[in-house]
Design a protein around this ligand. Structure first.
Ligand code: CMP
Length: 227
């Protein structure tokens, strides 16, 4: 199973048959249940991971103990490469968000793959560029948008990536945990709850346990009027 999976997924789809043969003895599979911590920020790094199935949240803590989600990575994406490349400790925490299968590659094997397979090295650099762009956008949002605007942006992303238009409203399905939202936008659960309640009172949204109905366009003027 693992060999077939690696051949089709993420960076390893770039491998030629011979390269794949060379690599396969060094690769091993790992399967973990949801909510398992893989490693912590500041741990030494000894392996990188490619997600075969499932998802992983990458996050950091502030000194005050507040959490910020840097990325949620899915099938085909890799993580844990940074500390292998620069020799520094892990830059962030990693936790599974559901049952997840990985392919794990130890430090020296990863570095050898990079040296012997320029296509893989280029693919990794491309993905790392995408992440720097996303991090730049996140820095801009945190520095220049207020918490209302960040929450509006978050809601618009949820609408764009999974919202279903029905009559006068858009339905976002799935539980929206206020703590998860707060971690994604760099705020607190209490603030997110307060803004959601004010939007609910004004009839902009209606929150159910496993969905949110959105009755108007989430536009930045909602932030100007403070919700
Ligand atoms: P490493 O520093 O070894 O361990 C934490 C990993 O999280 C890191 O490698 C990257 O793979 C990943 N990571 C860190 N920051 C980001 C980010 N901003 N976006 C996506 N992934 C990240």
């Amino acid at each position: 199973m693992i060999q077939r999976a690696i051949r089709q997924i993420g960076i390893f789809a770039e491998l030629s048959g011979a390269e794949f043969e060379r690599l396969s003895p060094y690769v091993h599979e790992q399967r973990l249940p949801g909510a398992t911590e893989l490693f912590h920020q500041d741990d030494p790094g000894d392996a990188m991971y490619v997600i075969l199935k499932g998802g992983v949240r990458i996050y950091r803590y502030s000194n005050a103990g507040r959490e910020i989600t840097l990325a949620v990575l899915r099938e085909g994406q890799f993580f844990g490469e940074m500390s292998l490349l620069d020799g520094l400790p892990r830059s962030a925490n990693a936790m599974t968000i559901e049952d997840t299968e990985f392919m794990v590659l130890k430090r020296n094997d990863f570095l050898n793959v990079l040296k012997s397979s320029p296509d893989i090295a280029v693919k990794i650099l491309k993905d790392m560029s995408v992440r720097v762009r996303q991090a730049d956008a996140m820095i801009e949002d945190l520095a220049l948008l207020n918490v209302y605007e960040r929450l509006i942006k978050y809601m618009n992303t949820r609408i764009r990536t999974g919202g279903k238009r029905e009559g006068y409203c858009t339905i976002i399905t799935g539980e929206i945990k206020r703590q998860d939202v707060a971690n994604a936008i760099g705020s607190t659960r209490e603030t997110v709850s307060r803004i959601f309640s004010s939007w609910q009172k004004k009839g902009y949204i209606k929150i159910y346990p496993s969905k949110i109905l959105v009755y108007r366009d989430m536009s930045m003027d909602m932030a100007a009027k403070k919700g």
